[in-house]
Write a protein that binds this ligand. Structure first.
Ligand code: C2G
Length: 129
């Protein structure tokens, strides 16, 4: 079984999130998504609309997703890859090149971001309707 992992906040879940999860799943047979905890988002300087429990539940309900784990810190990726027997690490192209050190442990794939949609843009559009 080819196992894939990807990481993210997935706040205000949108079509760009759906597309990365669909494409990530298509790279293997099993997709794990590590969803950033509220505490880790504070480290990332991200203020979420939805708490971790809601963001994780929504991601877990997506048919392309087989398992959700929490993302507590930047440095957990190698442990996750080894603990879960991951074959492919996937991120959107806004992270291009940032995780190449993981190539020692598994394939690293950056997929093109979905254009013209982001959580920030959604918040802006709702505020300025
Ligand atoms: N994404 C995308 N297209 C968009 C928006 C997001 O493909 N229009 C992708 C991002 O590239 C990322 C995933 O969706 O791979 C989740 O995006 P975020 O929730 O913004 O995650 P981020 O804050 O980038 O956290 O350790 C890695 C971090 O946890 C990544």
């Amino acid at each position: 079984m080819k196992k894939v992992i990807t990481y993210g906040t997935f706040d205000l879940f949108h079509y760009g999130h759906l597309r990365i999860l669909k494409r990530a799943r298509e790279l293997g047979d099993y997709l794990i998504v590590a969803v950033s905890t509220d505490e880790f988002n504070a480290v990332k300087g991200k203020k979420c609309t939805y708490p971790y429990e809601h963001r994780a539940a929504i991601v877990e309900a997506i048919k392309y997703v087989d398992e959700v784990i929490p993302e507590h810190r930047w440095e957990q990726k190698i442990d996750d890859i080894q603990a879960h027997g991951i074959n492919v690490f996937v991120m959107g192209s806004d992270w291009e090149g940032k995780f190449n050190e993981l190539e020692e442990y598994c394939d690293v794939v950056y997929l093109p971001r979905t254009q013209d949609i982001s959580t920030t843009q959604i918040k802006h559009e709702i505020r300025h309707r």
